[in-house]
Ligand binder design. Structure first.
Ligand SMILES: Cc1cc2nc3c(=O)[nH]c(=O)nc-3n(C[C@H](O)[C@H](O)[C@H](O)COP(=O)(O)OP(=O)(O)OC[C@H]3O[C@@H](n4cnc5c(N)ncnc54)[C@H](O)[C@@H]3O)c2cc1C
Length: 417
């Protein structure tokens, strides 16, 4: 039976439910930072874009909500309305109890509530013409010779190209066979809570000119954090799953220690567990008509867990590729996407992986790095830049290694042995 649906012809099928016959240039599955950025860019290029998002925004997303100046600069609109705090520095707790604080005169990062940040990005996609359907969970993706189908519970949508922006548990990755899942050493588990607190309490803990807190030592191959917002603190802990031991106990110990250290009572009712990819190098991110972006593709820097910048950058690259390929109809081939992502940020991810393996693998190594920073102003600055993602990871690594070799050769030797 053929019928009209939102100005589009549709057919009702026994197997696929309602099938929308009009072919979208681009279907984006997931409306987080990667999907929303991709949809906005593609709509700006002139493509007919559909975003299918399973949640209704604003939606909760377990995240520290730390963003860098690079994120602000990568977007073509103002983030002012969703910035919670400007961040001026970092306070690091070493496994052995050293406290290292470093700040700078200008804001070197920001915090956002993901509910607000993600909603803004999705609104910005709608503003330029992307069609967004919320509450639409994609359950299957079928690649056909001339098109690609996105199947939801009651409707099947037809596209020339499809972008999987559906996060770390990507259905698109699995259904297309591009990425059948992560090994335990390629993925982390986090627990994060947004703890409501008075603004004055937060400023007492992290100063009026805010800093972020990083705790090394509660877990290996990971760390715990406290990121300040206006009236809430993101408290969290993350670890590589293959190295996970007594994770829940470490989380409880960390929260109790935080409360005692800062004389504060934390309401942890909101605590949520979530995974994040920690693969490092880029691979298995596309097929002929499908591209994975953001967490779905594994684009997170393993040493810090920073993923928002790569979600945005990969979303933009996928949109550019879709803009070039969609007009080719039967001859669509998006394979250049992976090469372009590699050129843009593979080095960042690979170096962030090697830093994670070197620095986070033992309390001994974390302590050595912290000791060097404790006694050396330049090292403190370089470590702050690394932790806050201020510079590309290669630059941060090169500066730290050079300084270690020149000023702390014994510690450098102990680090690599
Ligand atoms: C605890 C934690 C803390 C973090 N802290 C930071 C930080 O401070 N700074 C930073 O840069 N990065 C951080 N990250 C990483 C960051 O959150 C991710 O890299 C980023 O969210 C990736 O964006 P994305 O759009 O790829 O995926 P997501 O943000 O996960 O968005 C995916 C979207 O797809 C939707 N979706 C999922 N499945 C389907 C489906 N089947 N059909 C339709 N829609 C679907 C979801 O509802 C969601 O809206 C953190 C991650 C975690 C887990």
């Amino acid at each position: 039976m053929v019928q009209k649906y939102k100005n589009k012809l549709s057919i009702l099928s026994k197997d696929f439910g309602e099938i929308i016959l009009v072919t979208y240039d681009l279907i984006v599955v997931g409306g987080g930072p990667a999907g929303a950025t991709c949809a906005r860019r593609a709509a700006q290029i002139g493509l007919e874009v559909l975003v299918l998002e399973k949640a209704h925004h604003p939606r909760r997303k377990a995240c520290g909500g730390g963003i860098t100046v690079r994120v602000r600069d990568a977007l073509d609109f103002d983030l002012f309305s969703v910035i919670e705090r400007e961040v001026y520095g970092v306070r690091i707790y070493s496994p052995g109890g050293l406290i290292i604080e470093q700040s700078c005169s200008e804001a070197s990062g920001f915090t956002v509530r993901r509910e607000d940040f993600d909603s803004l990005l999705l609104e910005k996609a709608k503003e330029v013409g992307a069609e967004v359907i919320e509450g639409a969970t994609v359950t299957d993706v079928i690649e056909e010779p001339g098109s690609v189908l996105a199947v939801t519970e009651d409707t099947t949508y037809n596209g020339r190209i499809l972008v999987g922006a559906d996060g770390v548990n990507s259905v698109v990755g699995r259904k297309t066979g591009i990425n059948n899942g992560w090994r335990d050493d390629e993925v982390g588990l986090c627990i994060e809570a947004s703890v409501p607190l008075d603004s004055s309490e937060i400023s007492r803990i992290v100063h009026e000119k805010s800093i972020v807190e990083i705790y090394f030592g509660p877990v290996l191959y990971g760390y715990a954090w406290a990121f300040p917002k206006k009236t809430e603190l993101s408290l969290g802990i993350g670890v590589r799953i293959s190295k996970m031991e007594n994770f829940k106990d470490e989380w409880k110990r960390f929260v109790a220690g935080f409360e005692e250290r800062h004389s504060v009572k934390c309401d942890m009712r909101d605590a949520t567990a979530a995974r994040l990819p920690l693969r490092g190098s880029i691979r298995n991110t596309c097929s002929k008509r499908v591209m994975l972006v953001g967490d779905a593709a594994g684009y997170v820097a393993p040493v810090t867990g920073e993923g928002i910048i790569y979600a945005i950058e990969s979303g933009k690259i996928a949109a550019e590729v879709a803009g070039e390929e969609a007009p080719k109809a039967q001859k669509v081939n998006v394979f250049s996407y992976e090469q372009r992502c590699k050129a843009a940020f593979n080095q960042d991810l690979v170096i962030a992986q090697s830093l994670a393996k070197l620095l986070l693998k033992s309390n001994k190594n974390m302590e050595l790095a912290c000791q060097a920073a404790y006694t050396d102003q330049a090292m403190r600055e370089y470590v702050m830049e690394l932790v806050m993602g201020i510079r590309p990871y290669k630059e941060s690594r090169d500066r730290i290694v050079k300084r270690l070799l020149r000023r702390h050769p014994l510690k450098a030797l102990k680090l690599i042995t």
